[in-house]
Design a protein around this ligand. Structure first.
Ligand SMILES: *Cc1c(COP(=O)(O)O)cnc(C)c1O
Length: 383
């Protein structure tokens, strides 16, 4: 075994300004939600995405939960989404009694296969939720047209896609709503956090109520009502201003964070290209009209055996690789609460979920760490 220091899969980046801002928040005495730093972080987020309105939430999962409440889903209503995603995308809608309908992904970008969406639509379908995998935009031309044609609400789970564009337009600005994650594994973070983004402002008013335990407290603070009352269902979805202070520091450094992540991503992409070609390994596909935010770097190995073997090979060299996602359509809760959109299941999802390896990507990665990851991969041969 090696005695080299371990290179983690993710190392939460700190800009250095977080603790100063958090101290400021503590000194101000405004520690609960919707304080001055929440305003600052929300403005920065809106500018970063190019959207009109956003509400900070305690997580992306909670933002998805809010979107499900806002859609007024009834038991048995259906929501179309990819199988190849994190379980939060599905559980938010299942929680409202809706049925997640899982659609396979494209073999190139691993995004939802737009050509399979229409066959999954029934008279119970209410919404389409897309996930921009690795921050590479889904085919929004096709998907926006399908949603319009069938009168369905479009939602973007944009947990990976902060700052990315599709044909020059920011991800997170296509759907009626979009969700962001500020979990420590995401490009910009505050440990745990998220946001619900509004491109259709009709949802905003009720969203403020749902986020504040079903009360009209936001209107009360704006002086629009003389007392605040319980007016709707909701929960406590707003983060403390302490977390918003942390997030403000991160969002202010977005450009620098992205520069560092892009450098790591590009180094992998260039330095592993020849090796990938010789070994039958696929590198990420990024269509020309998509700019991605270097959220993650993955390799698609020839088969499950080589995936497991590469992960072990990396671990022996103190490099932590990982894999994901466990397909949702065949997960225990996916089977219980959801269904697949087509009779033959999600064969591409099953295939790529077996073959995918993620390499460490984080801002603040040192050159010698990057070199060690590259060397560890290059020393693996597909026999
Ligand atoms: C990380 C992630 C989530 C969950 O984000 P949280 O902020 O941890 O709730 C949801 N969807 C996708 C695609 C993610 O990557």
């Amino acid at each position: 075994m090696t005695t080299l220091p371990r290179i983690p899969f993710n190392r939460p980046y700190l800009t250095g300004l977080e603790s100063g801002y958090m101290s400021e928040a503590m000194a101000s005495g405004a520690l609960s939600g919707d304080g001055p730093f929440t305003k600052r972080a929300t403005e920065l987020l809106r500018d970063t995405l190019g959207t009109q309105a956003a509400l900070l939430t305690t997580s992306c999962t909670h933002a998805l939960d809010m979107s499900a409440i806002l859609l007024d889903l009834q038991p048995g209503d259906e929501v179309i989404m990819p199988s190849f995603t994190f379980c939060s995308t599905a559980t938010a809608y299942a929680l409202r009694g809706a049925v997640p309908v899982f659609v396979d992904c494209r073999p190139d970008t691993l995004n939802i296969d737009e050509s399979l969406i229409e066959a999954a639509i029934t008279e119970r379908t209410k919404a389409i939720v897309v996930v921009h995998y690795a921050g590479v935009g889904c085919d929004m031309d096709a998907i926006t047209a399908i949603a319009q044609r069938h009168g369905l609400t479009l939602i973007e789970d944009n947990a990976h896609g902060i700052g990315a564009t599709y044909r020059g337009q920011g991800l997170g600005t296509f759907g009626a709503m979009a969700t962001q994650s500020f979990h420590e594994t995401k490009n910009v973070h505050c440990g745990e956090g998220g946001a619900l983004v509004f491109n259709d402002l009709r949802f905003l008013h009720r969203a403020e109520i749902i986020r504040e335990k079903g009360t009209n407290r936001s209107q009360f603070f704006r002086g629009m009502v003389d007392k605040y009352r319980w007016v709707d269902i909701g929960s406590s979805f707003l983060p403390s201003d302490l977390l918003a202070a942390f997030l403000t520091a991160q969002l202010e450094s977005f450009t620098e964070i992205q520069k560092e992540r892009q450098a790591v991503w590009s180094a992998y992409h260039e330095q592993l290209a020849a090796w990938a070609g010789e070994n039958g390994v696929a590198q990420p596909t990024v269509p020309e009209h998509c700019q991605h935010p270097a959220h993650l770097y993955y390799l698609l190995m020839p088969d499950l055996g080589h995936r497991q073997a590469l992960l072990a090979h990396l671990a022996e060299r103190a490099v932590q690789g990982t894999f994901h996602y466990q397909p949702l359509h065949s997960a225990p809760a996916g089977v219980r609460y959801g269904r697949t959109g087509s009779a033959d299941g999600c064969p591409v999802t099953d295939d790529v979920a077996d073959r995918l390896v993620r390499l460490p990507v984080y801002a603040g990665m040192r050159d010698e760490e990057l070199d060690r990851v590259v060397a560890a991969v290059l020393s693996y041969r597909v026999a």
